[in-house]
Design a protein around this ligand. Sequence first.
Ligand code: PLP
Length: 509
Amino acid sequence: MKKNSDKKNFPVEENLFKIGSQKMSQESRDRALETLSNYFRKQQKNFLGYQVNNSFDYKIAKEFFDIHINNVGDPFVHGNMTINTKVVEKAVLEFYAKLWRNTLRHEESVEEDDYWGYILSMGSTEANMFGLLSGRDYLEGKHLLIDDEGKRGVKFGVVSENKNSLHPIAFFSQDTHYSIVKAMEVLKIDTFFDEAMKQGYKSPLEMEDYPVGFSSKYLENGWCKEVPSDENGAIYIPALKKLVEFFASKGHPILISFNYGSTFKGAYDNIGEAFSELKPILEKYGLFSRKLKVDDEVYDRDGFWFHVDGALGASYMPFIEKALKSGKITNPENYKFPEFDFIGHGVHSLSMSGHKYMGSPFPTGIYMTRHKYQLKPVDNPMYIGSPDTTFAGSRNGLSALIFWEYLSERSEEEHISEAVRCELLARRTFKELKERDKRGVAMLNRNPFSLSIRMKLPEESIVEKYSLAKEVFFVKNRATKFAHIYIMRHVTDEVISEFIEDLEKSNYF
Ligand SMILES: Cc1ncc(COP(=O)(O)O)c(C=O)c1O
């Protein structure tokens, strides 16, 4: 068996928690929980390593912790499981629909462009999975909720005589979270690399088509496995265009998963720009809009699906945009603000994690799309009395209350000020680290408006103290270990000063 050299032992004594055939004494249980709590409190104080806010105090969650609240089924249909927070969930969804410039729902009769979404039980992984599942089925020609007739989930229709017309091909960048890679595997979606290997195609990209600094180590059989990213970690649009054109010319519908706040570098794909650049290609190959035929009926469908993984960025970048517009913050020179939302950028689905920027005691998040992109569920269970339009069955009803408490106690101005505070602290921290890194050994990097600061991996005691994440990247073709810190809402000047002091003491610079 392969040994994992990075595997750490849990720093709390495991024997304290062993459950035997006899019940544990109250004293033993108290000791076990107190040990765990003490460890968590210590780690929470210095938590810099991951993109989650680790300080909050939701009163509402405590009040409802002794009731089973379950939002099973569609958020817009109350259903038979009466103890649910769907009324709260709808208010939260409407807030984000406005923030992401989606069309508000017409309550009397829902229109095709109106938003639809739900609050997740998992984090963005669930929304990424559901967005890509919906994209796959939509492009494969399965029935939509808005189609009157037709069997549930059954594939139908011929778009053209081209054998690939119902065979979507997926694209995403090198900086994409592993949940997207996992989704490809679970959902059996072919990426452009998979299809190229199956068909033995030659890559349309020559070496000069790759971005500056791209390492040939990422190539396999002459192909990049994922779309190359630029030096900031955003999808490299010139390469994306060539790859999309190659597969569009063979008749494949196009499924793209974009990042809005990539995991390690906090990079933003400019989805607005990608849309403008790809639109003529999609039009050229009849994929911008196309017709599906079933018997005598003809249905209009897009021949592409854009999913946005906005796990972190979708929650606070809209406030940064507002701050920029009102002059509360400045744009770095020559930086084009990355566009991403539902207005005019061809976006079909979007995910966001609630436990990241906002903060929550458990993973949560939001999936959002439009009514016209919802697939017909494979079954219509009478059991729950609400359509089975979401990914999972039971849905945690406490998450809606967490979102609601957070959103209802802040004005828009306060949201803007908090986003600006994080941005300014990230700028200052980066500057202070840079000033100390006279020899450039720390390989420090930060993208505009990213809350992540990347750096060479510090020594293990610092990794443990600040819960730092590790990653390996090729630098000049050499595998190099990096870490990052994330300036989330709970991070204070004091923790940053202590972190910098610890780095100095360890001779890091
Ligand atoms: C960009 C991105 N997408 C998706 C995810 C997965 O989110 P979760 O762990 O909340 O499911 C993460 C988590 O870090 C992420 O950074």
